[in-house]
Design a protein around this ligand. Structure first.
Ligand code: ZN
Length: 280
């Protein structure tokens, strides 16, 4: 077995936000608005740079309706020009060409917008996810963006079977977690940080901390039983020593864990952000 290694650095890049009724985030709730981030995580490893998810489309920066039409106001998308994914990557000293691998949690539009920046990359996605994006159920067809599906066709994807966790480099540093249920191929990510602590990025296997604590999904999950299994898996992973579970869309986690966008290298750097980086 290969020696266990770690990633070098992780950045939670500045994220556009969506404002939605909380009933979209958890069954049995509703009536209050919640502003949630749509993050992209940039991960530096000895074998090169990778992104986990691709946020919103560059063409929508500063003008969300240009990319999302009526969805821009329906989701109250807030996407400042400077939050463009390519600019964020440049801000930490790289270019989009340096991104060798794209791991996509699933094909919903708030995760796929920047796929057109990485046609050169090797892709990793849950099995069945691309096919489902082209023929989704009526329930959630509004969550897929045609331009992003077209951009995805230019990436060489490796499909991760449901129920299988994939150790990306065979060294324990980056493990793709099968968390299907929200969509047919939803993936999360398990990262080993340089201090040997573990960081779990849930993607949309959970939207809020309460989803995990109570094992309750959200209205647009394609398979409720699979989703509950994914939530239980996250809860179990969170009991392991030295493990932080980061619920990607959760505004509290975003405020508390992203270190104000600074590089994350240890559990100690997962700390409260400065007040001005909390989504408005
Ligand atoms: Zn999402």
């Amino acid at each position: 077995m290969a020696a266990t290694k770690t990633v070098r650095r992780v950045w939670a890049l500045d994220a556009p936000t969506l404002t939605v009724d909380c009933g979209i985030l958890m069954l049995g709730t509703g009536g209050a608005l919640e502003t949630i981030p749509a993050p992209t995580f940039l991960i530096e490893h000895d074998e090169g740079l990778m992104v986990f998810d691709a946020g919103l489309a560059t063409v929508g920066a500063g003008d969300p309706a240009a990319a999302y039409g009526e969805m821009a106001s329906a989701f109250q998308i807030d996407f400042p020009e400077e939050y463009r994914l390519d600019r964020q990557i440049e801000a930490v000293g790289y270019t989009t060409r340096d991104v060798r691998r794209v791991v996509l949690s699933h094909m919903h539009f708030d995760h796929t917008g920047g796929l057109d920046l990485f046609p050169h990359a090797q892709g990793f996605i849950g099995a069945g996810e691309l096919r489902y994006a082209k023929t989704p159920s009526k329930l959630d067809e509004a969550f897929f963006r045609e331009d992003d599906i077209a951009a995805a066709q230019k990436i060489a994807w490796n499909e991760v079977p449901a129920g299988y966790d994939h150790d990306l480099f065979g060294d324990g540093s980056v493990v793709l977690l099968s968390l299907h249920g929200h969509t047919p191929g939803t993936l999360g990510l398990k990262l080993r940080l340089p201090d040997e602590s573990t960081l779990i990025l849930t993607s949309d296997a959970a939207h809020t901390r309460a989803n995990v604590d109570l094992t309750i999904g959200m209205p647009f999950d394609v398979d409720r039983l699979d989703k509950n299994s994914a939530l239980q898996k996250l809860k179990l992973l969170g009991t392991q020593p030295g493990t932080t579970v980061w619920i990607s869309h959760d505004p509290q986690d975003w405020a508390e864990l992203r270190a104000g966008g600074a590089e994350i290298t240890s559990a100690a750097t997962l700390r409260p952000a400065e007040p001005d980086s909390v989504p408005a």
